[in-house]
Design a binder for this molecule. Structure first.
Ligand SMILES: [Zn+2]
Length: 494
């Protein structure tokens, strides 16, 4: 069921108001990772509560306890739990977003004040911290509710909001809240599906929208996307320890087991130059590629030149589009990140480092789990180390791990999102999986067991955590229409 025309008209007519709403939100510097801004994070929560209540949402602040930051004990900003509609005959959708932002200082290289939304009429860009990550998307939902409220229209589905203020700082307290609030008569009870509006991460910096520049001039028509999978991660630190202190190679070279030599040999056993992981068991846990899935990669609107553009050269391990995409989206990868304790300064110091730690991570895909991969990695490195017959000591530490996530794109939640995208953008979206991790998706997927859809509002070049973060006005307004249309499609999707 398409959204009523009145809603779309309302959005077109009120775009100025929506921009003002975003300007107000951006002006509150809700930086969660800096104790000095904690008050502002709370102010942002109050701002959103007022906005939500004004359009008919029942709001509750869920207290998440305290944290210690920069040596100070601080109250965690609340999770905003909101609900509107309680019709047993309608579906209930959970909408997640976050209201905290990354730090930003003008001196970091911003051309404008980061906490003042600057509207660049020429480029159509709304520049400011939080514009795309994640204030614009959160306000997109409120814009839709305002349209229903002002037009006195009933919502097609029941909505529950979970908006957190600690996403940029590890979502502290959220896992516990979701677990505590699930089950009968709790907040997360009765949810049929979830939607997370997420900034895009992509090879492509090209906008996916058709942007009306001036008059009827349309540019940059490329395919929109919907994300149904994310890779997980395991991050390891491999420590090789030798003598009690660094040694001089002129004095000790040739008569001791050198930790750096051992470590470099071990690291060389992990992966081939073409990216094939050499740790036994790791690849066996990868879910087999199905025919349907393979075909999905063939139809994706990407090209090797998109990737090369970002890389600045012909550096991909394959010139085959499907191989490159699948290597990022559906296969694991192993990256060696660095060596702690190694001599890395300029010059030619003749040191034998006494204690070195190699750091590497593996991006995981279904059906790999951090626990299973940890066993494979540790066993293999121990065996390889034993082969060296070294008298140094080896320690392997898993620094952090997160599971991969994949949703069924054949679910009605996705059908609704695809249909909404086709209606608003006139194109069938690419169904993609991303190479990185978004821990909150897993929180909801595991605790609630519902289908989750990741819908993008912004573009890949928005600079979410960077300087001069922006959201294009067209993405904000068309994105608002997309969210509204999605709710209507959701109501009838099956
Ligand atoms: Zn972010």
């Amino acid at each position: 069921m398409p959204a009523p025309n009145a809603i779309i008209d309302y959005i077109n007519k009120n775009s100025g108001k929506f921009v003002q709403r975003l300007a107000k939100a951006v002006s509150i510097p809700s930086v969660s990772g800096d104790a000095a801004y904690r008050e502002a994070v709370f102010d942002m929560a109050k701002f959103l509560r007022d906005e939500l209540e004004a359009v008919g949402v029942t709001v509750r602040f869920a207290d998440l306890g305290k944290q210690v930051l920069d040596g100070k004990e601080l109250n965690l900003p609340p999770a905003i739990l909101g609900s509107i509609g309680n019709d047993k005959n309608k579906k209930t959708v959970l909408l997640y977003g976050h209201y905290d932002v990354q730090p930003a200082l003008k001196s970091d290289g911003w051309y404008t004040e980061p906490f003042t939304l600057t509207v660049d009429n020429e480029s159509g860009r709304l520049v400011g911290r939080g514009s795309t990550d994640d204030k614009g998307p959160v306000l997109g939902w409120i814009n839709i509710l305002q349209a229903h409220h002002d037009l006195k229209l009933e919502l097609p589905v029941n909505i529950k909001f979970c908006l957190e203020g600690m996403e940029e700082s590890g979502s502290e307290g959220l896992d516990e809240l979701v677990v505590a609030e699930r089950g009968s008569n709790k907040f997360f009870d009765g949810i049929d599906c979830a939607c997370i509006v997420w900034r895009r991460a992509s090879f492509r910096s090209t906008p996916y929208l058709t942007i009306p520049q001036s008059d009827n001039y349309w540019l940059n028509t490329r395919t929109p996307c919907i994300t149904y999978g994310l890779r997980g991660i395991v991050y390891f630190k491999v420590n090789v320890r030798g003598a009690g202190q660094d040694l001089h190679s002129g004095v000790f070279g040739g008569l001791v087991h050198e930790p750096m030599t051992d470590l470099v040999i071990l690291l060389s056993k992990l992966v081939t130059p073409l990216g094939k992981i050499l740790i036994p068991g790791v690849n066996d846990l990868v879910a087999p590629l199905t025919k349907d899935e393979r075909e999905r990669y063939e139809t994706l609107d990407y090209s090797i030149s998109d990737v090369e553009g970002v890389l600045g050269g012909k550096l991909t391990v394959s010139s085959d589009k499907e191989t490159v995409l699948m290597n990022r989206m559906r296969y694991p990868s192993l990256s060696i990140h660095g060596i702690e304790g190694a001599f890395s300064a300029p010059g030619a110091k003749t040191v034998i480092p006494a204690n070195v730690s190699g750091k590497f991570s593996i991006r995981l895909v279904p059906d790999q789990t951090p626990d299973a991969i940890e066993v494979c990695v540790k066993e293999y490195l121990m065996q390889e180390f034993a082969k060296l017959e070294s008298k140094n000591t080896l320690e392997i530490e898993l620094i952090h791990g997160g599971k991969p996530w994949v949703a069924s794109p054949d679910h009605w939640n996705y059908r609704a999102a695809i249909k909404a995208t086709e209606i608003v953008y006139g194109q069938t979206p690419d169904l993609t999986r991303e190479g990185g991790s978004i821990p909150v998706v897993l929180t909801f997927a595991e605790a609630l067991g519902v289908n989750i859809c990741l819908l993008p509002m912004g573009r890949a070049d928005d600079g979410a955590h960077s300087t001069n973060e922006k959201l294009d006005l067209s993405n904000y307004i068309e994105g608002t229409k997309l969210l509204g249309t999605y709710l209507y499609e959701l109501a009838t999707a099956q």
